[in-house]
Design a binder for this molecule. Structure first.
Ligand code: ADP
Ligand code: UVW
Ligand code: MG
Length: 405
């Protein structure tokens, strides 16, 4: 029997999302998540699509290692356990791959050491990713583990976009440059957008707006990323659920000198207490829209700041690309919030950018066009699927390495 299944693990700072796919037809066999890892009220939600069974358990899950063991048990209960001979590989989302990883990599000790070395650049994400890999390895030492990096797609950025204008030797010593994140999503969505236009990826220029809890924009020319809004860490760029995005770096100096704030306090402020939640107390766009509709001024201002920043990046990437064939909205907010899409493009008709009110408000499942018929730039809603992309890359790499042996 050939092994055709791939388990995808996406370890966040306090969550573990997973999907088991059969790569013969890319179908999903199981999916789920463990939330609030490290708290007393952790929750595991598991769905086996093979039987339709859904189970939810609550109780303390101390760390990512315990979370993965709990997931393995749940999969086992549906006959989809990690011991299955049909499992070909485990694919891991790794957030920071630095400059070294331009492609996915089969995990060995050297790869692990490099991910470990990058922990200071992604302190919220890389440690969880490492625990996921190490635990998966201990459960199935014989199975290939593949790391798929958020940063890989952005390694094509020219130096003019990837470098900060700071002293070169200091930047090089500390490996300070713009790496970019959500690359798996930007790669997948830009390709799907080309497909929607009926063109090859190398023939289209796309601005991808990945608007989830974390949010980033990218400019993709002919299938290659030429700029993206996140930088050294996933803090730069757009206004996010809890992250500030761009601020004058002197804000941090000012808070230290005048406010006496420590590095950790500023880190928490900018990563966890800023963005939408810092501006209005809510980070869920549904709740913010509800408040705006009720006339809540604070929510209105938070929404306007979010949109203003988004619009600036659309304009910037329009200029970077010179010619834009499509703008793709994706992730939780981008796929679902018609009001965000409408507001972000309002007033940009001179650039050939507009949404059709009816198409934009309509709901739909797959990728769909929301710009008016005959528009110069196609505006589209393109659902992202990071797990499918990770599984595809994992399976391709494992298949390729088998061919070599
Ligand atoms: N129907 C909706 N309308 C507006 N926003 C939505 C809707 N559904 C989800 N969202 C937004 O999507 C966000 C989550 O996006 P998602 O891409 O799943 O995030 P992440 O993967 O970063 O956790 C939520 O915080 C919420 O603000
Ligand atoms: C890199 C990043 O911001 O990821 P997420 O959106 O999953 O937090
Ligand atoms: Mg996401």
């Amino acid at each position: 029997m050939t092994a055709t299944r791939v388990l995808v693990l996406n370890s966040g700072s306090s969550s573990l999302k997973y999907q088991l796919l059969d790569m013969r037809d890319s179908s999903r066999l199981a999916t789920g998540l463990v939330e609030r890892i490290g708290e007393r009220t952790s929750r595991l939600k598991h769905t086996a699509l093979t039987t339709g069974a859904t189970r939810e358990t609550t109780g303390p899950v101390t760390d990512h290692a315990a979370a993965l063991k709990a997931v393995a048990e749940e999969l086992g209960r549906d006959g989809l356990g990690l011991d299955s001979p049909e499992l070909a590989a485990i694919g891991h989302r790794v957030v920071h791959g630095g400059s070294s990883f331009t492609e996915p990599a089969i995990v060995d000790d050297a790869v692990l050491a490099e991910i470990e070395r990058l922990v200071p650049l992604a302190p919220l994400h890389n440690p969880a990713n490492l625990t996921g890999i190490r635990t998966a390895r201990s459960l199935r030492p014989d199975l290939p583990q593949v790391a798929v990096f958020d940063t890989a797609f952005h390694t094509t950025m020219p130096e003019s976009a990837a470098r900060y204008a700071i002293d070169v030797s200091t930047a090089d010593e500390y490996r300070i440059r713009r790496y970019g994140f959500h690359g798996t999503s930007h790669a997948y969505v830009s390709r799907e957008t080309a497909k929607l236009l009926g063109k090859a990826p190398q023939d289209v220029n796309v601005i991808v707006l990945h608007l989830g809890n974390g949010a980033s924009a990218s400019a993709v020319r002919g299938g290659r990323c030429v700029d993206t809004s996140m930088g050294l860490t996933p803090l730069e760029g757009l206004v996010m659920g809890t992250r500030s995005g761009d601020v004058d770096p002197a804000v941090i100096l000012h808070l230290a000198r005048v406010g006496g704030m420590s590095t950790d306090e500023t880190d928490t402020l900018l990563n966890k207490k800023s963005g939408l939640i810092g501006l209005c107390g809510d980070n869920d766009m549904r709740e913010i829209r509800r408040r705006v509709d009720e006339g809540d001024e604070q929510a209105r201002l938070a929404f306007d700041i979010y949109i203003h920043r988004l619009k600036k990046y659309i304009g910037a990437y329009y200029a970077v690309l010179g010619r834009v064939d499509a703008i793709a909205f994706t992730a939780g907010v981008g796929e679902n919030a018609a009001a965000v899409r409408e507001a972000a493009l309002a007033g940009l008709e001179e650039l050939g950018l507009a949404v059709d009110a009816g198409l934009n408000a309509a709901r739909g499942d797959g990728a769909r066009i929301v710009s008016p018929e005959g528009a110069r730039v196609t505006v589209a809603v393109v659902p992202t699927d990071e797990e499918l992309e990770i599984a595809t890359q994992t399976y391709a790499l494992v298949g390729a390495s088998h061919d070599l042996t």
